[in-house]
Design a protein around this ligand. Structure first.
Ligand code: HCA
Ligand code: CU
Length: 389
């Protein structure tokens, strides 16, 4: 069971739903179509859209995207309410994601329903939806699952299971869950129901990706992501980071399922649309993601990249970079550079230049031009002249 999920997981890409809740997001119809097309090309299994109840444009756009003939299944996300469910049906999407809050915070300060009423509402909406559209893919999710009473969660899950859903959703709405808690809740539900299990995790305390993968290990089947992780506050599990994690487990599977070279364009497109930069340390597409520095690392990387890389940059259309103009440099890396420049320097000469570079770097910040200049000088036999004019 556990291996099964890791080998057959589905991505529910929520840039067009959770991502639209990011403070900088204000997608036009054209933006949404470009995003949906790019996600479809990447190969995500599902694309989740903002509720058609949010605005007239949201309704029209949902209809447009539902009719676009994408390979990905198109879902919309609505409150567990008959009026919203009706509107969702009108859009022609292939699936509906229902959500209702089950924590005491949400019951008291948001929808105001007691647990019994939550259960009645869930059963009412699901029964109605099933009757309207027997073949529609329906998911039922409990918002703020990790601050809900476990007994309450299981009461509502069991009631929902009796009506029948395709998928249950577990949401870490506030980013409070740790992998252990996720494992416990997901495996508990896994023992109880046969339907799919979806995990949606926020990243407030940095556990979103770990929680998502742990959910799969515990038997979940679907994971929510957004490009660059955008969403409420600091967002949810980022598509690229989740992909990096799954690739680290099973590169062949991930390469087969998704067109990984499209990730960079996706990250750049969303960053531009929402007015942010791609963080320097971003998974896969950050500028330093494949940069190596220390001489000891550089030597091993030149011999066998896997020594310090679990992700092959080539698979993502990225390139490795070895930084050599600094005091931590080593002669193997400098030798590699001199070979790139086609200079006939002996190992002894390379070691001499390297010592010189290290001493110089103690005095000032160097760049690759400084290194190259020194290498050319040594090759010319003019090693004694001071660098710079
Ligand atoms: C929201 C909350 C949500 C829903 C997740 C879900 C969350 O509607 O904005 O439907 O499973 O984080 O709880 O995104
Ligand atoms: Cu969320």
């Amino acid at each position: 069971m556990e291996r099964m999920s890791l080998e057959s997981f589905n991505i529910i890409e929520s840039t067009l739903r959770e991502g639209e809740q990011f403070v900088g997001a204000n997608f036009t119809t054209d933006d949404k179509l470009r995003i949906a097309d790019a996600l479809d090309e990447f190969g995500v299994e599902y694309i989740e859209l903002t509720s058609p109840a949010a605005s007239p444009q949201s309704l029209d756009d949902a209809k447009k995207i539902a009719q676009r003939g994408l390979k990905a299944k198109v879902l919309t996300h609505v409150r567990c309410h008959i009026d919203d469910a009706k509107l969702a049906l009108d859009t022609g999407v292939q699936g509906i994601d229902l959500v209702i809050g089950t924590s005491s915070y949400l019951r008291e300060f948001s929808h105001g329903l007691a647990m019994q009423q939550v259960i009645e509402r869930a059963v009412e909406v699901l029964t109605w939806l099933r009757a309207q559209a027997p073949n529609l893919e329906i998911r039922f999710s409990t918002e703020d699952s990790f601050r809900s009473e476990e007994a309450d969660l299981f009461r509502v899950y069991l009631a929902v299971d009796r009506v029948g859903v395709d998928r249950f959703g577990i949401a870490d709405t506030v980013g409070i869950a740790t992998p252990m808690r996720v494992h416990q809740l997901v495996s508990g539900l896994r023992r109880l129901v046969k339907a799919g299990i979806e995990f949606h995790g926020h990243n407030d305390s940095g556990c979103a990706i770990a929680n998502a993968v742990t959910a799969l290990e515990a038997g979940a089947t679907h994971i929510d992501t957004s490009v660059l992780g955008i969403g409420e506050r600091n967002g949810i599990a980022p598509l690229g980071g989740f992909i990096a994690r799954m690739y680290a487990i099973n590169p062949a599977l991930v390469k087969k399922k998704y067109r990984l070279k499209k990730l960079r364009k996706l990250d750049e497109m969303i960053a531009n649309m929402v007015g942010v930069g791609i963080p320097f340390n971003n998974y896969i597409t950050g500028v330093t993601a494949f940069t190596h520095k220390a001489g000891i690392h550089a030597k091993a990387i030149l011999n066998q990249p896997e020594t310090y890389e679990i992700l092959n940059p080539k698979d993502f259309g990225m390139t490795r970079y070895i930084s050599i103009a600094h005091k931590l440099t080593g002669w193997n890396a400098i030798k590699d550079r001199s070979e790139q420049l086609g200079l006939p320097l002996s190992d002894d000469q390379i070691k001499e230049v390297t010592a010189h570079i290290k001493a110089l770097a103690d005095e000032k910040k160097l760049d690759l031009n400084d290194v190259d200049e020194l290498l050319y000088r040594w090759a010319d036999g003019a090693s004694n002249e001071p660098i710079g004019k």
